[in-house]
Design a protein around this ligand. Structure first.
Ligand code: ADP
Length: 269
């Protein structure tokens, strides 16, 4: 099996040109073989999550970003399907409102973090504050441009205190987005997903690409790496996410905690 953790990692400090990545790439996998690998990954993820929960001393935060219709919701559904809901916390970040607007941009992020023992999933994240905020000039440049360093410091603090942060950019091309928008229009069961705001955002495609590239360059670190997932093909997206997440959890060397009592002489009839 090709090591997708290596192939799709954004090496810290590197300058990735998204145009040089093929969003339809499958890194040599075919759909049939991928289905078998996915199943194995999901089985193993379930065991690893059990260990994370039992250990209850560290947590994992999965950050998902991507252009509209990039497949964030589908990825959560397809890759997290075998996990125990008790140990999973999914948070979707929308336009800040209420108390969120009356605090710094990391306040709502910190509040939403998984507890130790949990796997947290962010559907959008603090990176919106250097993406949509930058593309639409929602704050001045001198404010958003400081956020890359702030985010790195925040994620480093998390890493040093027991939270492994793993970040995925789901990367589709404009043609695939058009196909998915059209499906949302044609398929009555998907009409609810269609939003005219998404169509407006499509006009800013190139600005988003520039913002993604800076985000990857500035914020892929050893303590919180970014991975770019070619996501035109959903089956490959699922395979890549499951495989990388599995490898990340394996690297944590999770262990059952020691029993709280000497169990050797205890037996119930
Ligand atoms: P989604 O597209 O994630 O399924 P929505 O259609 O409700 O859900 O979109 C959420 C919107 O909130 C997106 O357009 C996103 O850019 C926006 N958003 C998220 N965080 C922020 C932020 N910090 N500042 C401004 N807009 C944000």
């Amino acid at each position: 099996m090709k090591d997708l953790s290596k192939a799709l990692l954004v090496p810290p400090g590197s300058r990735i040109k998204l145009a040089s990545i093929d969003p339809s790439d499958t890194c040599g996998y075919d759909k049939e073989a991928a289905a078998g690998h996915l199943e194995k990954n999901l089985d193993r993820l379930s065991v690893l999550q059990y260990l994370l929960y039992a250990e209850a001393a560290r947590s994992v935060l999965v950050v998902l970003q991507g252009i509209d219709a990039g497949g964030k919701d589908g990825a959560i559904r397809d890759v997290m399907t075998g996990l125990n809901p008790q140990g999973v916390k999914v948070t979707s970040f929308k336009v800040p409102e209420g108390a969120e607007k009356r605090h710094d941009y990391l306040w709502r992020i910190h509040r939403a973090l998984p507890e130790f023992g949990q796997l947290g999933i962010f559907n959008r994240s603090h990176y919106e504050d250097v993406l949509v905020v930058r593309v639409h000039n929602l704050v001045p440049k001198d404010v958003w441009s400081q956020r890359y360093d702030q985010i790195n410091a925040f994620e480093r603090m998390l890493a040093e205190n027991g939270t492994r942060v793993v970040k995925f950019l789901l990367y589709i091309d404009k043609e695939e987005q058009a196909r998915r928008f059209n499906q949302r229009i044609e398929d009555k069961t998907k009409n609810w997903k269609f939003s005219t705001a998404d169509v407006k955002e499509r006009e800013y495609w190139d600005d988003y690409i520039a913002a993604y590239q800076d985000m990857l360059r500035r914020c892929s670190t050893h303590h919180a790496p970014w991975y770019v997932i070619p996501a035109n093909k959903k089956w490959f997206r699922n395979l890549a996410l499951s495989q990388i997440l599995r490898a990340e959890l394996e690297n944590m060397n999770l262990k059952f905690p020691k029993p709280t009592a000497d169990l050797s002489g205890i037996h119930f009839e």
